[in-house]
Design a protein around this ligand. Sequence first.
Ligand code: XIL
Length: 377
Amino acid sequence: MNTLRQIAFITTILITTFSCKEVNTSGASKAINLKDVYKENFYIGVAVNENQILENDSLEATRIENEFNSITAENIMKSMFIHPVKDSFDFKLTDKFVALGEKNNMFIHGHTLIWHSQLSPWFTEIKDSTEMANAMEHHIKTIVGRYKGKINSWDVVNEALNEDGTLRKTVFLDVLGEDYLPLAFKWAFEADANTKLYYNDYNMTNEEKRKGAIRMIKRIQEKGIKVDGIGMQGHWGLEKPSIEDIEKSILDYASLGVKVAITELDINVLPSPWDLVGADVNQNFEGSKKMNPYPKNLPDSIQTKFANRYQDIFKLFLKHQDKISRVTFWGVNDGQSWLNDWPIKGRTNYPLLFDRELKPKAAYDSIIALKLKYKSN
Ligand code: XIL
C-alpha cells in the first residue's frame, strides 16, 4: 500500500466505525455524505429511473436526496418517451423529474435531445431536409422551452460519432447532413440562452474518437455557436481506460474552452464479450458461468480493486476539478443498474456505490476518505 492508500484505508475504517458520522470539535456529530464532501469541487449527480422519480422506495429516495446534488433522467427524456408521436409530447414524468430536482435544490441535467437510439419511430420516416429541420427545431425548442430556467444543462446531441471519429450514420445525418449538429446547438440556445449545452458520448478516451469529437466541436464553435461542455460517459472497467488516457482526454476537451462532465459513471466488474475474439455477443454467452462469474456476491479481492479504481478516478477528478463541472453516476444501486442486462442479459453486476440493499460499499468509503485526506493536505 502506498501512503495515500494507507491513510485512506485508516480513514475508511474510522468512517465505517462512526457509521457515516463525523464528530466535530464540539462533540456533536453530523452525517457525512458524498455531495457535501465534494461540495466545493463539482456536482455529484445520479441518473434516476421512473421508480426513483416517483420515490416509490423511501430508503432510496433518502439516499438520492442525501448523497447527490444533481439528477439526470435515465430514460424518460429520450425522444421515444417524451415525444412518442409527431404531434404530441408526454411531459407527465418529466415534470415530476424536474419537480424532484427542484424540491431537493439540485442541479438538473436533461438527457437527451438528439440521439439515434431510443428514438421516436416517426423521426425515422422523415426523408425531406426541410421537414427534418422543422421537426428537430420543434422537438428541441418545445422541450428546452418548457423547462427554461429549470433544467440547468442539456445533452443536446448524444453519441454522434463512430469509433474512428467520423460521424455516425443516423437519420439526422442522412437527411440533414453535418449541419444537424450546429443547428441542434443553435436551437437549444434559442430556447434557453442560459442553460449549459453539452455534447455527450462514450469511449471519449479513445484517441481516434477524441480527435473526431474535437474536430466536430471546433466546427460548431467556428460557426459562432455556443457549446458549453463535453460529457464523457464513464462506462468504464476495472482497468480500462487508463488514468493517463482519462487525464489526456479531460485536458484536450478543456482546451476547447468548454467544461468536462463525467456523465454516466459506472465501473463494470464483469468480463466483456468484446474482449473475446469471435464472441457472439448475445447468444453464446448468455447465462454462461464464465460471463457471469459472481451471481451471489463479489469476492473481497475484486471489491478492493473496485474501491481502489473509484479512488484513483476521483483522485484524477480532484486534480482537474477546475475543468470538471459534474460527476454523475449511472444509477443509485447495483440492483437497478443497466449493466445487469447489457451487453448480456440477466447477469449480476456491481458497478455502483450502493449495494442491492442500498448500503454504501467500500468504494463509497474510498472516495469519501480520499476527499477528507485531500482537504487536510
Ligand atoms: C441506458 C439506460 O440505462 C437503460 O435503462 C436503457 O435500456 C438503455 O439506455 N448511453 C446513454 C444512456 O447515453 O442513455 C444509456 O442509458 C446508456 C448508454
